[in-house]
Write a protein that binds this ligand. Structure first.
Ligand code: CP
Length: 297
């Protein structure tokens, strides 16, 4: 397949074949990460700028490593310390950076749609590293890669996504990607954290974690996104942990080969207990490892 895309904004815009091509390409890039010299020349002479206007540990580091391992020159710009704090708009900031002959811009922003808006105005390639509650396409791609690596297939698997679905770009992107690849996705959480119309995405909806654990091949836990909540959606974190937290006791009812995933950052003792996060079923750090290969791809 010829790759003619210029930007990566959303998984909605990718066909199943395009997603499969990225995941296949990531396989060979994963091997590069195990070498003594972790570098290939694919982006030699190119410049990639990371505009992270919202906090990040995994995604920012992962994109920077990915670009460096492809031999690109990289730069990191955060909101604090940039001229955004002097009133410059995000578009003006991006246009000024592009004026320095930058080839790619990786952007994370707290507002939904900013990467799409920039892509309409920039000649540089724009890659969405997470925008508001809307999309986190590379997180979903690395999640799909990890499932495929561990389970050897995605088609027909039952995947539960549990937690704050309403505020989760990870949930949205995974529902789109996983259903495109033939998984059966169930979203689970308190009704106050379930967005209206979620059924139209093709995902099933459950409000009872215990009832979906036994049938799930993959359980993806999500953090409560306090930073995106303007009102109180939960009576208390303690009550949430009792009803929706994944702990060793709950996990006893799961399939023997269940995969436990989490995009990070985890809030141990809230949505996932320390024993489960560090336990034999957890692939949380594999997700992080695979993130570099997938972002290289
Ligand atoms: N999963 C994820 O996006 O983590 P960061 O916020 O640390 O990048």
């Amino acid at each position: 397949m010829n790759w003619t895309r210029h930007d990566l904004l959303d998984l909605q815009e990718l066909s199943r074949e395009e997603i499969e091509m990225i995941l296949e390409t990531a396989k060979s890039f994963k091997e590069v990460g195990t070498r003594d010299i972790k570098k290939v020349p694919a982006l030699r002479g190119k410049t990639v700028v990371m505009l992270f206007f919202e906090n990040s540990t995994r995604t920012r580091t992962s994109f920077e490593l990915a670009a460096k391992r492809l031999s690109a020159d990289t730069m990191n710009i955060a909101a604090s310390g940039s001229s955004l704090s002097k009133g410059e708009t995000t578009l003006d900031t991006a246009l000024n950076i592009e004026a320095m002959n930058v080839d790619g811009i990786v952007i994370r922003h707290g507002s939904s749609g900013i990467p799409h808006y920039l892509a309409q105005h920039l000649s540089a390639s724009v890659i969405n590293a997470g925008d508001g509650c809307r999309s986190h396409p590379t997180q979903a791609l690395l999640d799909m890669y990890t499932i495929l690596e561990k389970k050897k297939k995605i088609e027909g698997l039952k995947v539960a996504i549990v937690g704050d679905i309403a505020h989760s770009r990870v949930a949205r992107s995974n529902i789109i990607g996983l259903t495109k690849l033939g998984a059966e996705v169930t979203v689970c959480g308190p009704s106050t954290l379930m967005p209206p119309g979620i059924e139209t995405t093709g995902a099933k909806v459950s409000y009872d974690l215990d009832s979906i654990i036994p049938e799930s091949d993959v359980i993806m836990m999500l953090r409560i996104q306090m930073e995106r909540q303007e009102q109180k959606f939960l009576p208390s974190i303690r009550e949430y942990a009792i009803k929706f937290g994944l702990n060793s006791n709950r996990l006893k009812k799961a399939k023997k080969d269940v995969l436990i995933m989490h995009p990070g950052p985890t809030n141990r003792g809230v949505e996932i207990s320390a024993e489960v996060a560090d336990g034999e079923h957890s692939v949380i750090l594999d997700q992080v490892t695979n993130g570099v290969a997938v972002r290289m791809a």
